[in-house]
Design a protein around this ligand. Structure first.
Ligand code: HEM
Length: 535
């Protein structure tokens, strides 16, 4: 039974339920039971296009920990407070660091139970610890000096691409989120693929990028939609000729192996430093002598970052435009700071960051205000436990409610701003960015997001560029409702909208094209040479 619960719940963080809820609205038979979903109790009375409007009230009503029953049958533990998640995921982490079993995620990576080749889904054991260790010199603080110049380059191209797109609009400023999204996606994909494989993506039309996106879409679809073997695990052992799931899994595995190994070989042969070369060196240093890490294993580990890193940041950035329209005073303040410390003759750089604390606070507030994965990635309880008088059954799926934790008034002082409002000032103290507040969207404890540094640095740099360049204004008659959102896989993004992205002056376009023309685009010059691999 516990296995059944775990497998069913792989896909069912609250968001996956919402995914089904919002994506099956035309299928009445499917919709009905979901409307009764006890997990979201009053949430079912939220309008479909505003799935999180009742979420905060629900979390408050149920307290720091609650055990609703999904579909009225399957218990799931939801943590609604920072104290609850810190106690369970950090202090008691030895029992809460595995993911719920996902047979599909194992089948599509040709792996045995508990051993998905995706870092995200592997059990927390020595193998996973080694793989965290392999990733850290490329994604953590030691690599910042290499990936930050890359982020500056890609943010410059983002502005250049936006300026080119805006020139084609009739008034030079009207744009839709549908037009912007591919530009944001190119920016982040290029950061991720260049960092991992020494492979820049200069155009959104690049066929390789679309190959990556197509495979990723298939993997995400499976993660969000449990298949029969997820419910009846022994089906994984059926031979392919009688199992449609195995046939599909084998095909998807083969196309992933082909893609990830091609990327891996590119990284290995590319000039300059990249995460593939770093991973090979780190793995050979730390792997047990009698059990070296195979190239295939490394290739999947590196590819986990594609999944974690490519789609998330662009979706998070879409919310910036909503926040800017919702709180125009934030835009004014950011413009003042950028004018004072960067000026109007060049673009922002990481070396400005100490002076751009307010812009960093905007980035942090964005992650808090609209966490793109409000239900986080679920964990599994590995022992029978108790917290705050609530019993946690062994094997149950447990999720951190990032939406509620970012609104926990014990941590985020309401006197600094209502938790539902976008208030960057809550991240500031004595002119510095507060380091004592959590960013729940990245998770916590041993399974915390390995790419948090890459995500926060990149988001800071893109926001600094976008706010330096533009005013953000609503179009008359097209006011944007900040509660309207769409659920995509495990993520939320604003409902598509049209608005005005107005260059702050002619100087913007002049500086952008001057800097873009003169900037160094060769990765060896940008990220450093092969010898920079940390031994
Ligand atoms: C806005 C951007 C991002 C968000 C919101 C995000 C969110 C998350 C979350 C919620 C988890 C699970 C944490 C937990 O269970 O406590 C996770 C895991 C992970 N993320 Fe991210 N992520 C982002 C960007 C990135 C980037 C840029 C990379 C890589 C370059 C990355 C790589 C990973 C990896 C490898 C894991 C697996 C860790 C494990 O299970 O042991 N993520 N991420």
């Amino acid at each position: 039974m516990s296995n059944l619960i775990a497998t069913v719940l792989l896909a069912v963080s609250a968001l996956a339920a919402l995914y089904l809820y919002t994506n099956n609205k035309s299928q009445n038979a499917f919709q009905k039971p979901l409307l009764k979903l006890p997990l979201i109790s009053d949430l079912h009375s939220s309008p479909i296009e505003k799935p999180l409007i009742n979420w905060s009230a629900w979390s408050k009503q149920h307290g720091p920990i609650t055990v609703p029953k999904l579909f009225g049958i399957v218990p799931i533990v939801v943590l609604n407070s920072y104290e609850a998640v810190t106690e369970l995921f950090s202090r008691r982490s030895q029992w809460y660091s595995n993911r719920p079993t996902s047979v599909s995620m194992e089948m599509i990576t040709g792996a045995a139970p508990g051993c998905s080749r995706f870092t995200l889904m592997h059990d927390y054991d020595d193998h996973l610890k080694l793989h965290h260790r392999i990733l850290s010199p490329s994604l953590g603080a030691p690599a910042a000096a290499k990936f930050q110049p890359l982020m500056e380059l890609e943010a410059k191209q983002l502005l250049f691409d936006l300026a080119t797109t805006l020139r084609k609009s009739t008034d030079g400023s009207t744009i839709t989120t549908k037009t912007i999204y591919p530009l944001l996606e190119r920016t982040q994909s290029s950061v991720i693929l260049a960092l991992h494989y020494g492979l820049r993506i200069p155009k959104f039309e690049e066929p390789l990028l679309h190959e990556v996106i197509a495979i990723q879409a298939k993997v995400t679809h499976l993660a969000a939609n449990p298949q029969l073997p997820d419910l009846v695990p022994f089906l994984r052992y059926l031979p392919a000729f009688i199992s449609p799931w195995q046939k599909y899994a084998d095909k998807l595995y083969a196309s992933q192996v082909d893609l990830y190994m091609r990327l891996f070989r590119h990284g290995k042969g590319a000039p300059g430093w990249n995460a593939t070369k770093q991973a090979i060196t780190t793995a050979s240093k730390h792997a047990p002598v009698d059990s070296p890490v195979s190239d295939l294993d490394l290739a999947f580990t590196l590819a986990t970052s594609i999944q974690g890193g490519m789609e998330t940041s662009p979706r998070q950035l879409l919310w910036l435009f909503v926040a800017a329209m919702e709180s125009p005073v934030v835009l004014t303040r950011a413009h003042e700071v950028l004018d004072q410390f960067v000026g109007r003759e060049r673009l922002p750089r990481f070396s400005d960051r100490n002076n751009l604390v307010y812009v960093d606070a905007v980035a942090h507030e964005l992650f808090r205000w609209r966490p793109i994965s409000p239900g986080s990635i679920p964990r599994r309880a590995d022992r029978t436990d108790e917290f705050d008088g609530v019993k946690i059954a062994k094997g149950v799926t447990i999720m951190a409610n990032a939406w509620a934790i970012g609104r926990d008034e014990v941590v985020f002082d309401a006197s600094l701003g209502d938790a539902q409002d976008f208030v960057p000032e809550r991240w500031l103290r004595n002119g510095k960015l507060r380091g004592d507040l959590p960013l729940p969207v990245f998770g916590q404890g041993r399974r915390i997001c390995q790419g948090k540094r890459v995500a926060t640095d990149g988001t800071f740099m893109n926001i600094a560029h976008l706010l330096w360049a533009f005013d953000v204004e609503a179009l008359e008659g097209e006011e944007v409702d900040p509660w309207e959102m769409r659920v995509v896989g495990f993520m939320t993004e604003p409902k598509p909208f049209k608005f005005r992205l107005k260059p702050r002056g002619k100087w913007v376009l002049d500086v952008v094209s001057k800097e873009w023309d003169s900037t160094e685009k060769g990765l060896e010059e940008v990220m450093g040479i092969s010898h920079d691999v940390e031994k």
